[in-house]
Write a protein that binds this ligand. Structure first.
Ligand SMILES: [Cu+2]
Length: 163
């Protein structure tokens, strides 16, 4: 597999990764900003992992994330954790709304992007490409670095009211 991965991001001040909307060959400015995108490192042979990040919507309208894909997994699902009968359970969700001017954190124990059927062994520090698809048909390509569990940044901002 010698598939070339397209570099579609710029590092800015080493802190943020700005992403571009790619649609019909056009590049649009950074409506959605992805911060701290990581994929959880899992032992060789394990077929499932998850991706976490914070999505900032700088647009003046809501954005609705409806699906995701990645080169590293057979299928990718949007998941959330819900409390059911006193237990935290993982559930697939159809959509994640990014409110205009707001941000949504995908983090352990909450919303996350599930990578199911890993096609190759994850290497620490490796960059994994993930495509996000939105309800309006737009696609966002991001790269996330593979990190060990526990090193994920988990902010304790209690936001996250998805419609
Ligand atoms: Cu999950």
């Amino acid at each position: 597999m010698t598939k070339r991965t397209r570099i579609s991001f710029l590092r800015f001040s080493g802190a943020f990764v700005f992403l571009f909307w790619a649609s019909a060959g056009a590049l649009w400015a950074q409506a959605i900003e992805v911060r701290e995108a990581i994929v959880r490192m899992v032992p060789p042979g394990q077929s499932v992992s998850a991706a976490f990040m914070t999505l900032h919507n700088h647009d003046s309208r809501d954005r609705v994330l409806v699906s995701a894909r990645s080169e590293v997994a057979d299928s990718v699902e949007l998941h959330n954790h819900v409390m059911q009968d006193g237990l935290m359970k993982m559930r697939r969700v159809d959509a994640v709304t990014l409110p205009a001017g707001g941000a949504v954190s995908l983090k352990p124990g909450g919303l996350h992007i599930m990578l199911i059927g890993l096609r190759r062994t994850l290497q620490l520090g490796q960059m994994v490409q993930i495509d996000l698809y939105f309800a309006d048909g737009e696609r966002l390509t991001l790269t996330a670095s593979v990190q060990m569990p526990g090193q994920e940044h988990s902010h304790s901002s209690g936001s996250g009211s998805e419609g």
